[in-house]
Every structure is written in C-alpha cells, then in structure tokens.
Design a protein around this ligand. Structure first.
Ligand code: 2P0
Length: 353
C-alpha cells in the first residue's frame, strides 16, 4: 500500500471582470455585495497549472507556489480542502492496484504544486486562477462528482473571483441570498465561441506586487465608502448587470465598451472614496485611459474597452482583430517599453474568448 502516488494536473485560466466585484457582506464565507460578470481568458495565456498528489507516504498537507513552500494553515485553503474531502468518492485504479475508499480521503494527506505563468499578486487575478485550479484538481483527484457551479461555490471560499474561472466564455457570479452562501455561485452566460471576434490585450504597466491586497482594500471600502453603498443600489450595478448580459448576448460592442469602462472607473472611484484611499492605477494607467477615450470619441462608435483591476495594468478589449492590430501599434508608439517602466503586453489572440 505505501508505495504509490496518485496525482492529477489541471490548468485554469484567469478571468477579468467587466462588472466588478468589490466588497463582501460576509468575510469568512466570501459573499459579495453585488453580482459581477467576467470574461475568462484563453487557457494558453494567463493561467495557473496545479498538480495535486496523494500518497499513504505523505504525513501532512503541503503546498508549493511557484517552487516555494507556503503555509496551508489559512482558512481559505482549509475551507477548500475540507469541502472537497467532504464530497470525495471511492477511487480505484486496477492497473496500479490503487484502491481508495471514500472514508480514506479524510486520513490521506495531499501535496500541491502550483505555478502561475504571469506575475503573482500584481492585479492580474492570480488568486482567481489559483483557487479555481486547486479546487478543480482536488475534485478530480478525490473523484468528487460536482458540476462546475457547485465547484465554483467551493472555489469562492478560497478567493471570491476564483468562482468565475470554473467556466470559459462570459461568466456571472450570482451574489445569492442565503446566509450560508449555498446560492452564491458562478454560471456561464455564453461559452468561449459566442463572441470570438474580441481580442484582449493586457498591457503590463508594472509587475510589482500591489501595496493593498484586494482583501484588505475591500474590507476598508465596506467600512468607510458611501459610494460603495450607492453602487449596490438597484439602479447602479444590478441595472448594469442586466444591460451587460444583453450586450453580450447581442454582440453589442458599443454598449459592452461603455458599461465596461464605466464600471472600471466607478470601481476605482470607490477605491479613492475609501479611508485611507486606495490608489491602484498610476499615471501610465491614466494616460492609457485618455488615449483610448480620445480614440473612441474620434470614431462613430467605441473601438476598444478598457478595464483595470486591483493594480495599474490595463486590460484592453478590441472589437476585432483589425482594431487590435491598430491598438498594439498605438500602444507601442505612445508607451514604448523602456528601462524605467516594465511595460510589456500579453496579446491574446482572436480565440481568446
Ligand atoms: C473582480 N477584483 O471582480 C475584482 C475587481 C479586483 C478588482 O475580485 O478577498 O482576489 O480573495 O475574495 O477575488 C479581486 O479580489 O478577493 C477581485 P478575495 P479577490 O475581479
């Protein structure tokens, strides 16, 4: 019995919110104050790869992130491990003579190795890809038969935005009403083939770790920002959610771009309205916004949508490949990579969403 290792490797892309999640109504269960909508990136680009292994020879749960061992003692990891272990089923590999009964999973320890192919904690949603991948890989390892929405409710307890990475395409995280969080989960709005004209370009303004973590920032915002309360009103985010769903269904880029840019700007306004204020964007981010706004206003309808998460990096969504080529030209002209900025771009091709 002692000689075997059973392992599973999974790869999960990150997601970028076009209607933002910011603020929790329950911190330990990670329940948000509003619904959010995101687009999942192409798995070939910004993604996490995680291998999970189990063996009778392992005496404790351990994890390595980008090659460095990290502690699994935090509640978020423990919640995910507990929830998947509770759903584990019998596993049998006759060829290798491995037989694990449902109840054995409680005693067996796991080793986890996870890699991001992009900067960790630089506002590129590394925790989203990370926890989604961890939960998916553990579910496969332990033969848990949950569907992606049920798994999303577990990934949510690792990191809120992670619940949206269990699906491709455009995804909605429904905030839910239940106190125990059972209905706070992700659903797929459309799959990755629905709107495949869109091209996403990520301009990495800085790959440094952000100063204020999302978790701390959100807590301060909930405690101090009046603007966040305004955002939660029916006519603000809930109305935007309805309009965004319509724009996505109808391939209506003008409406999509207008909603995406407005919601990003309002999210950063909420950060500024927090005490102490949170500054995620920098001068380069602001110059990128001005550049895109000018371009969009010089055309009959918007060509590019921009959105910024908890960091200065720009996520630019071009309406088609032709626009994406022009966008790259403009970005390289106005923001040439130089020694004092580490500006570089990830270009996600026309199959990105
Ligand atoms: C989002 N962000 O909707 C928003 C927009 C950042 C800006 O979700 O505390 O890392 O783990 O639930 O998921 C980042 O927050 O925070 C985030 P936790 P998370 O993508």
């Amino acid at each position: 019995m002692a000689g075997w290792i059973h392992m599973v490797t999974a790869r999960t892309p990150t997601n970028i919110a076009v209607i933002k999640y910011w603020g929790k109504r329950d911190e330990s269960l990670i329940l948000p104050v509003n619904d959010s909508i995101s687009v999942t990136l192409d798995p070939e680009h910004l993604c996490t790869t995680t291998t999970v292994a189990v063996s009778p020879g392992f005496d404790q749960d351990r994890m390595w992130l980008n090659g460095k061992e990290i502690s699994l003692s935090g509640g978020r990891y423990q919640n995910c491990l507990r929830e998947i272990r509770a759903r584990a089923e019998d596993f049998e590999d006759n060829e290798r003579g491995i037989k694990i009964a449902k109840q054995d999973w409680q005693k067996l320890r796991v080793h986890i190795a996870s890699y991001n192919n992009f900067p960790t904690a630089a506002g590129l949603a590394s925790s989203a890809a990370g926890f989604a991948c961890l939960v998916f890989a553990l579910a496969k390892l332990m033969n848990a038969k949950e569907d992606p929405s049920q798994l999303s409710a577990i990934a949510r307890q690792g990191s809120g935005s992670a619940c949206r990475s269990l699906y491709g395409g455009f995804v909605k995280w429904i905030m839910g009403k239940e106190e125990n969080g059972s209905d706070s989960l992700a659903v797929q709005l459309v799959d990755e083939n629905h709107w495949d004209d869109l091209v996403i370009i990520i301009a990495v303004v800085s790959s440094r770790q952000k100063e204020t973590s999302s978790t701390t920032g959100m807590r301060d915002t909930v405690e101090t920002s009046m603007l966040l309360q305004h955002r939660a009103k029916v006519e603000v985010v809930p109305k935007r959610i309805v309009k965004m769903e319509e724009a996505i269904q109808n391939h209506d880029f003008s409406s999509f771009a207008q909603l995406t840019c407005s919601d990003s700007n309002q999210f950063h306004a909420v950060c500024l309205d927090t005490c102490p204020p949170i500054f995620y964007m920098n001068d380069t981010s602001h110059r990128i916004i001005s550049c895109i706004e000018k371009w969009n206003r010089s055309e009959e309808s918007p060509q590019v949508a921009y959105t910024f998460d908890a960091g200065p990096n720009a996520v630019l969504i071009a309406r088609n490949r032709k626009t994406a080529a022009l966008l790259l030209q403009r970005m390289l002209y106005f923001f040439p990579p130089s020694a004092d900025t580490d500006m570089s771009s990830y270009v996600l091709g026309d199959k990105s969403i």
